[in-house]
Design a protein around this ligand. Sequence first.
Ligand SMILES: Cc1ncc(C[n+]2csc(CCOP(=O)(O)OP(=O)(O)O)c2C)c(N)n1
Length: 325
Amino acid sequence: MAKLNLVEAINLALAEEMGRDERIIVLGEDVGRLGGVFRVTDGLQSQFGVNRVIDTPLAEAGIVGTALGLALGGLKPVVEIQFMGFLPPALDQIICHISRYRNRTRGRHTVPLVVRMPYGAGIHAPEHHSESIESILAHIPGIKVVIPSNPYDAKGLLISALRDPDPVMFLEPKRIYRAIRQEVPEGEYTVPLGTANIIRSGKSVTAVAWGAMVREVMRAAELVEPEGIAVEVIDLRSISPLDDDTIVQSIKKTGCGVIVHEACRTCGMAAEIIARINEKAFLSLAAPLERVTGFDTIPPLLKLEEHFLPDVFRISRAIRKIAQF
Ligand SMILES: Cc1ncc(C[n+]2csc(CCOP(=O)(O)OP(=O)(O)O)c2C)c(N)n1
């Protein structure tokens, strides 16, 4: 079995599904000849031709609006937004139309499209290239929001997204695009949307993360292990729908939890997760729930980025704090 990184796993999922389903087309800025800024769509245009892998003008609202029309016309478009920071012009199409077509037509029309986008900080990129605004997407009813943390899940989640009848936002943590290699099977397999994964079991503290933060949380869990703190790590994989059952079951076992995300603190996903734990497992809590997050500021440049992003130090400090109760 080949060991692939995240970029290669996503590329493989696209190539395999495009081979199986000729309704799938790819469109976005520089996705064709160049193969995308991060080379995620590398080779697809030469394999499937210019009618199925389309270089578009620099106009996010136009690209996503076009994809909506193509989806309603019977195709399965996969849009690449070059960086999540350039998503806002397309939010009008996503919020006002794509997310509501099923509801607007009383289920007669669905919108089977996928919007892929690199997101998150950690690669020393300038403004608009480090955004992590997943909670804005999670706030929109009618779309699914998926974030893989490793190559195996990336391929399986993307195949599920491509086969889903409804719109899926597929967020790619670019900080780990090439940082992890993992055995990824050839051929089809799926990872279900809306299902979290317990990637490390423990009885002391529950830690919830997604995307690039999963790796940091795993490092923190290993750091505190010799101190007698056994951390259960949940990789959320989908932030909408949110698999709160898995989180609640874990909290009932450990009695305390920390949620880690690199997005800004205010109205980030941690706030929603903490609210759900309060609703469903408050009486099992032995300590206040903690969150370790980015700060309420634009992701800063270069070295300051290291202070903005939750790291092993900040995460392990939060874990120790709640484990003491
Ligand atoms: C709204 C928005 N979307 C995407 C980008 C990312 N981006 C930066 S340069 C570039 C290519 C621009 O190509 P072109 O307009 O031909 O200008 P040239 O590279 O020739 O100067 C893209 C897509 C951006 N800066 N702004």
